[in-house]
Design a protein around this ligand. Structure first.
Ligand code: TXA
Ligand code: MG
Length: 316
């Protein structure tokens, strides 16, 4: 059963953070900004609230969620932070990195969060509004990206309202997200593995560790939407690595090409990541002609951009 709700827009600085925290503590669904994308927040200990997250997104229940907390102390209340994970935590948290860690015995987490796995994905976001909110809530908040499952992730409060409005209690509006692409996910079972490329480049993690990361086996059993083939999809068809668009195609450019939409005319991957989802949302609103995308270098944030674009272009 999906009730229709009147979604409130809350503004940080005018009491919005306290209102959002109260709604979350009462079992409500509240979208909030992080530096990567907007999350769809719910109290991670509340079974009903977590179940509503899956329902609002149309997300399969076997796909586990990320628990968000404000600091390492709060991480340790729910998960075990081993040696290498601790080094990464020190180097990159708060920030666009998620670690998959063993669940601590007795952790107050709904079993739905981890979809029955013995591990939980944890992140400490850097966005000041997210930090304030998590401190005010005082317990872990699950937050998948605040989009219907399979669709483009939101980088503004308006994206959230237009895609999930009437299914959630509120959106805390913190302006556009700076990084614009989801967190990088690292697992440790059994080897240090890049589970999802994201806002923290692989190269930075490998430099900090002094050794290469393994790459996730795409055929592995955990079958998560962000890791499913078709995902991040706009309504229009998407074609990649295009130098010359076909008649009728709209170009999503990168670098010095003539295009109405250009991820970064100067060829900057950080700027391109920040623009990616917003421009896909805009192109979706503007029409349904197929989208052709310029080649994007597969280094640094380019890896995460290409990962999302390959999924947007995959057969549906
Ligand atoms: O940047 C982000 O990570 C955003 C913001 C809101 O924090 N959140 C986000 O959540 O992207 P979501 O639910 O869209 O993606 C979570 C990913 C999924 O691919 C899921 O399978 C994986 O994390 N995941 C969660 N728990 C896991 C676990 N125990 N083991 C392996 N993967 C896990
Ligand atoms: Mg997502």
């Amino acid at each position: 059963m999906t009730e229709r709700l009147e979604t409130q827009i809350l503004i940080p600085g005018t009491g919005g953070v306290a209102q959002a925290a109260a709604l979350l503590r009462a079992g409500g669904l509240v979208s909030f900004p992080t530096e990567t994308v907007y999350g769809l927040g719910a109290d991670a200990a509340n079974d009903r609230a977590v179940a509503r997250v899956f329902e609002a997104k149309g997300r399969p229940h076997f796909n586990p969620l990320i628990a968000h907390v404000p600091d390492v102390e709060a991480v340790e209340q729910i998960a075990l932070l081993g040696g290498v994970a601790r080094d990464l935590a020190q180097a990159f948290w708060p920030g666009p990195m998620t670690l998959v860690l063993p669940i601590r015995e007795g952790a107050e987490l709904s079993r739905l969060v981890s979809a029955g796995l013995p591990t939980v994905a944890v992140r400490i976001p850097a966005h000041p509004v997210a930090q304030k909110l998590l401190k005010a809530v005082g317990r872990p908040v699950v937050a998948p990206s605040a989009n219907p499952s399979g669709r483009i992730s939101p980088t503004t409060a308006q994206h959230v309202v237009s895609n999930l409005g009437d299914r959630i209690e509120a959106v805390l509006d913190g302006g556009p997200c700076e990084v614009g692409i989801e967190s990088t996910i690292i697992g440790f079972d059994p080897k240090r593995t890049l589970l999802r490329p994201g806002g923290l480049p692989r190269e930075a993690i490998e430099a900090a560790l002094g050794s290469p990361l393994a790459t996730r086996d795409e055929t592995a059993d955990i079958n998560a939407p962000g890791q499913m083939t078709s995902h991040y999809a706009p309504d229009a068809r998407v074609r990649l690595d295009v130098k010359t668009p076909r008649p009728g195609e709209r170009l999503l450019g990168f670098g010095p090409v003539d295009a109405e939409w250009n991820l970064s005319p100067g060829g900057d991957l950080v700027e391109a990541a920040a623009n990616l989802f917003r421009m896909l949302h805009e192109m979706d609103r503007a029409g349904d002609a197929p989208i052709a995308v310029s080649p994007i270098p597969d280094t640094g944030l380019g890896r995460a951009i290409n990962d999302r674009l390959h999924r947007a272009a995959a057969p549906r």
